[in-house]
Design a binder for this molecule. Structure first.
Ligand code: AOF
Ligand code: ZN
Length: 357
């Protein structure tokens, strides 16, 4: 199953809004086929693994990160392919929560295939958190917050400089990360002061470039900001307030920016979801992140900790998040820990979206 989860990740940036899925065919302890969902609308992982196994699939065990589908969608049901190949046993990490596709394990069981689910369920649920979230809750996207801090939890030094907190490996990884999100967000002040491009410039080319979203209540960005200047090349949306000056909005729209006017952050997120955004990666600044956290609107933290100390006057990561007594403070769930060169990546989920088993 660990191998299947690794294979699934190869679809990163290419399969959303469908799930990342990996599959391994085992004859005894020997791997005879591997597959993953590589392209949206393309063959499902199970079908790829069975094709690779060929005749060796007869009597085998199929290990797959998501319950096989039963529906005729863009491709025929995987349950049919599994039955036709003569697979004897199917081990799935989690059930599918897609109302159309789910129920595959029951179909297989009725077809005399031994079925099991729950193996590495936590890892599989974390892998497809945006997919599972958006099928459970459709009023906003899955929201992830990415931040790079010093050991002492600062995002910029006392002079406000934040560009080089994390190292080169972490910066490369961010481009990989961006490729897997429908949209990337920053606050208006960050857009002005850092002038980021928020494009994907790494090894994975996303199927659709993530929409760039700026939460800019006053609509104060103009053509001098790279996000606005390139809005005709990469979709750029601004979440302004209903009170934003009409002249500012007109400048943005004249540059090809799509302007929304929600009354607050929650409504802004709802508008994103209504416009097809199922996953949002917020890259700063601290004020936007803190507001999202305080409102309970963050589902995942990608925290890069750099081995540097910035001191008491440096800029704290989340100014103004309300205090919590230690016994009542919400505990996040670590779903990944690894190194990025000299830095450390910690991925924390607020809660797990585990489908019923
Ligand atoms: C995938 N890849 O490897 C598996 C999926 O639109 P379709 O026909 O491609 O079906 C998508 C649904 O099929 C998806 O929501 C999920 O429930 C199920 N399984 N999907 O894209 C795969 N195994
Ligand atoms: Zn399928």
């Amino acid at each position: 199953m660990r191998r299947a989860l690794d294979l699934a990740l190869q679809g990163w940036g290419r399969v959303a809004p469908n799930p990342l899925v990996g599959a391994v065919v085992l004859a005894g302890k020997r791997t005879v086929g591997e597959g993953w969902h590589a392209e949206f609308g393309g063959p499902h992982a199970e079908v790829g693994a069975l094709a690779a196994a060929g005749a060796a699939a007869r009597g085998s065990t199929l290990v797959v990160t998501l319950e096989p589908c039963t529906h005729h969608g863009k491709t025929p049901p995987c349950t049919e392919a599994i039955l036709a190949a003569g697979v004897r046993r199917v081990v799935a990490a989690i059930r599918d929560s897609d109302p159309q596709a789910q129920g595959g394990l029951d179909v297989l069981q009725r077809g005399d295939v031994a079925v099991e689910s729950g193996l590495l369920a936590t890892e599989a649920a974390a892998l497809n958190a945006p997919f599972l979230f958006s099928r459970r809750q459709a009023d906003r996207p899955f929201v992830a917050l990415k931040l790079a801090t010093s050991i002492d939890g600062r995002i910029a030094d006392a002079g406000g400089r934040s560009q080089w907190v994390s190292g080169e490996a972490a910066r490369q990884w961010v481009h990989w990360l961006r490729a897997g999100f429908d949209a990337i967000a920053v606050g208006g002040t960050t857009a002005l002061t850092d002038n980021p491009q928020l494009t994907v410039r790494g090894s994975v080319t996303p199927r659709r470039p993530p929409v760039r979203v700026v939460f800019d209540r006053r609509a104060m960005l103009n053509h001098g900001v790279s996000l606005v200047a390139t809005a005709r090349e990469v979709p750029t949306w601004v979440m302004a307030s209903p009170e934003a000056p009409a002249a500012n909005v007109a400048i943005l729209e004249a540059n090809g920016v799509r302007v929304f006017r929600p009354t607050g952050l929650a409504e802004g997120l709802a508008l994103l979801r209504a416009n097809g955004i199922e996953s949002l990666l917020c890259e700063g600044g601290g004020a936007l992140g803190a507001k999202l956290l305080a409102l309970g609107l963050v589902d995942r933290l990608y925290w890069v900790q750099a081995p540097v100390w910035l001191g008491g006057n440096a800029v704290p990561a989340f100014p103004g998040v309300p205090d919590s007594p230690i016994g009542e403070a919400p505990r996040w769930i670590p779903v990944e820990r690894r190194t990025l060169g000299p830095d450390t990546l910690l991925v924390l989920d607020r809660q797990l979206c585990l489908p019923g088993s």
